[in-house]
Design a protein around this ligand. Structure first.
Ligand SMILES: [Zn+2]
Length: 253
C-alpha cells in the first residue's frame, strides 16, 4: 500500500528536531509521497532544502492569505521563478480566508487572482485554502479554466458544495476533520461522493485527529485518516488506498 500526504508542512520549525527520522518512519509505513505547500516567499528556500533531503517529497509554492502582511508587490513576480523549478508540482497554498482578524477580501482576491493566472500560465494544479469564503471563491473560479484542476485543501462542507468544486476540476483534501463526530456534514460528504474526488492529507503540524488534540500532528497519522475514511464509506482501506494514490499522482505528477 502506497499513501500520498497531499498537504503537510514538513518544513515548519515544529519538525526541525526529528524531520529526517520522521520521514524515514513515514516511508517505512508506506507514506511514499508528501507535498509541502508554500505559504510565503521567505520560506521557499527552506522548503526546497527539505525536498532535497527527503526523497519522495515535492513542493508547491504560493502566497497564503494568513501571511498577507509578509507579501510584497514583487513577490508574485518572484513566485513565478519558483514555479518553474523541478521540485515544484503546484501553485499554492493560496486562497481566501474571511475568518481571520482584519480579513481584507479585496486584497485576498487580488492575490488569489494573480496566482490562479500563474497556474494557467505554468500549466500546474492549485492548492487552495478556503475558510468562510466558499461563495466568493466559487465566483472567482468562474473566470478561470484551470488546466490541471487542483485541490481544496482541508475540505469541510456538505456534498452539494463538494459537487460545485468538482465541476471546476478540483479534488477535496481530506484530513483529520473527518475523525470528529461534530463534523457530521463533512463525514456525510466523504461517505457519499465518488472516491476519485478525494485525496488524503494531514496538514501537519496542524489539524490533529480526534483524540490527539493539543499534540503536534504528524504525517504518520495519514493511515489513520485512511482507516477513518474507509469506515465512513464502509469499504476496505486497501481498496481505497489504491484509487487515492492514483488520484494524487495524476494531480501532482
Ligand atoms: Zn496548509
Amino acid at each position: 500500500m502506497s499513501l500520498f500526504d497531499s498537504h503537510c508542512h514538513l518544513d515548519f520549525a515544529e519538525f526541525d528536531d526529528d524531520r529526517d527520522a520522521l520521514w524515514a518512519q513515514c516511508r517505512a509505513a508506506g507514506i511514499e509521497r508528501l507535498l509541502i505547500p508554500g505559504v510565503c516567499l521567505a520560506d521557499f528556500q527552506r522548503q526546497a532544502a527539505v525536498v532535497a533531503s527527503c526523497s519522495g517529497t515535492v513542493a508547491a509554492y504560493g502566497l497564503h492569505p494568513w501571511w498577507q502582511q509578509h507579501h510584497r508587490a514583487d513577490h508574485l513576480q518572484l513566485l513565478a521563478n519558483w514555479l518553474s523549478r523541478s521540485e515544484c508540482v503546484a501553485v499554492g497554498e493560496c486562497g481566501l480566508d474571511l475568518a481571520i482578524d482584519g480579513a481584507d477580501l479585496a486584497l485576498q482576491r487580488q492575490l488569489l487572482n494573480a496566482q490562479l493566472a500563474l497556474a494557467v500560465d505554468f500549466n500546474k494544479p492549485v492548492v487552495l485554502h478556503v475558510r468562510s469564503a466558499h461563495e466568493p471563491l466559487l465566483n472567482l473560479l468562474k473566470a478561470f479554466r484551470l488546466p490541471k484542476g487542483g485541490v481544496v485543501h482541508a475540505f469541510s462542507g456538505p456534498p452539494e458544495l463538494a459537487a460545485q468544486y468538482a465541476r471546476h476540476g478540483l479534488k477535496l483534501g481530506i484530513g483529520g476533520t473527518i475523525s470528529y463526530l461534530r463534523a457530521a456534514k463533512t463525514r456525510r460528504t466523504v461517505a457519499e461522493v465518488p472516491l476519485d474526488w478525494l485525496v488524503l492529507e494531514t496538514d501537519a503540524p496542524a489539524m490533529p485527529l480526534a483524540g490527539y488534540q493539543g499534540q503536534r500532528n504528524s504525517p504518520l497519522q495519514l493511515p489513520l485518516v485512511l482507516t477513518t475514511l474507509a469506515a465512513l464509506r464502509d469499504e476496505q482501506p486497501l481498496a481505497l488506498a489504491d484509487q487515492l494514490w492514483r488520484t494524487s499522482c495524476e494531480l501532482f505528477g
